[in-house]
Ligand binder design. Structure first.
Ligand code: GLN
Length: 382
């Protein structure tokens, strides 16, 4: 028997797995894959214990437990001023990655074009290809990674079905401005183009900036899947729980995929998250301050060294240029950092169809102060 032809011939193992494995093998400090090295709030962890031992262990409703969808609706109204229906516009998913896949699978037909902005998070492209779509890559402009609206407009054709945005942006830390949202609104007005707003870092935004979710703007929301992640917000990335907010006509298509992709998401986690959202809304309201302090600490500790860059405007990632340190390409440099220096990072070129000319790597600063100090002590010596 012959092996089946690969549906993803150009795809290898995701960089996050590659770098976390390499970090473990070499006992390096892992600033590569984005996850905190501290725990979620005790109230949340205790609530999971409570729901597991009291028997909330069978299937949740396919759309998510009602209490959690209600709390998401309250949050969306509080932060973005829109009253969304918990029943018809909110679906709880097993992580944002599942939601992104389900949204793409729900609307992309063979031959449809999907615009992605490079550097683009690595799950977008395979999901487009697996559904017969064609990914069209537009580059964000380094060093700020601002959106190039002329390039976006030039990439749109009659086949453009969907554009995927991500703000605050992984891997670059850039955020969309109100001028960007205005440009986008004008660009899609009168078209059938749909949008994904990958908002997983919505609460991790700095220097007083406001997260501009597509949910806020009626013209944009009517064509959007807005996706977020409890993993980032509650420091529990391993729980793989997120959600999608979309108008009813898009939510019903989204759920047709979600119900057969995953059916439903872990029940006790959903009840516990509903509890903490009701009892401690200040948790997510304080995240900008919490992570801005870590960003600033990381950049202060790195200042004496030879890495350079612009402080991240959001997300828990800092991109830095290493051209004063090495001529290696970014993958080789990350291997060297992990194996020889003892700190793992993520190369930026893996997120790009056309690798950027700058020599850039991404560090995750969602770490305890001790971890950041230990890592920076090694990095500033280079
Ligand atoms: N979002 C995380 C990051 O960017 C990784 C997610 C994953 O490992 N799939 O590092």
């Amino acid at each position: 028997m012959r092996y089946p032809e690969s549906k993803l011939p150009d795809v290898g193992t995701t960089i996050f797995t590659v770098m976390s494995q390499l970090a473990a093998e070499h006992n390096a400090i892992n600033l590569a894959q984005g996850f905190p090295d501290f725990n979620g709030p005790k109230l949340l962890l205790d609530a999971v214990d409570k729901y597991v031992s009291s028997g909330a262990n069978q299937y949740a409703p396919m759309t998510g437990v009602a209490e959690l969808r209600e709390q998401i609706a309250i949050k969306v109204q509080r932060l973005y001023g829109r009253k969304v229906s918990a029943n018809n516009e909110i679906t709880v998913t097993s992580g944002a990655t599942e939601a992104i896949y389900a949204a793409i699978a729900a609307v992309v037909h063979p031959g449809d074009e999907v615009l992605v902005l490079d550097p683009a998070f690595d799950c977008y492209n395979p999901a487009i290809v697996l559904n017969g779509g064609v990914a069209v890559h537009v580059q964000l402009k380094p060093p700020t990674f601002a959106l190039d609206w002329q390039a976006v407009a030039a990439a749109i054709t009659t086949k453009t079905k969907l554009i995927i945005f991500n703000t605050p942006h992984n891997p670059t830390g850039a955020v969309m401005s109100s001028a960007d949202l205005q440009q986008l609104t004008e660009l899609v007005r009168g078209t059938d183009i749909l949008l994904i707003g990958d908002d997983v870092y919505e609460h991790i935004i700095f220097d007083g900036a406001e997260h501009l979710s597509f949910v806020k703007y009626d013209e944009l929301y009517q064509r959007s899947f807005v996706i977020s992640s409890f993993g980032k917000t509650y420091h529990v990335t391993g729980w793989k729980i997120g959600y999608c907010v979309a108008p009813a006509h898009l939510t019903s298509e989204f759920r047709k995929v979600h119900q057969f992709l995953n059916f439903c998401t872990a029940t006790p986690l959903q009840y516990a998250l509903a509890d903490i959202m009701a009892k401690q809304p200040q948790h997510y309201l304080q995240l900008p301050e919490f992570y801005q302090r870590k960003r600033d600490l990381f950049n202060q500790l790195m200042a004496p060294g030879r890495f350079s860059g612009i402080p991240a405007a959001g997300s828990y990632f800092q991109v830095l240029d290493y051209s004063q340190i090495s001529d290696l390409d970014d993958m080789a440099f990350c291997q060297y950092l992990t194996e020889e220096v003892g700190v793992a990072a993520i190369p930026i070129s893996v997120f790009c169809k056309v690798p950027p000319k700058m020599r850039l790597v991404r560090f995750c600063f969602a770490k305890s102060d001790e971890t950041l100090k230990a890592a920076c002590e090694k990095l500033v010596k280079l």
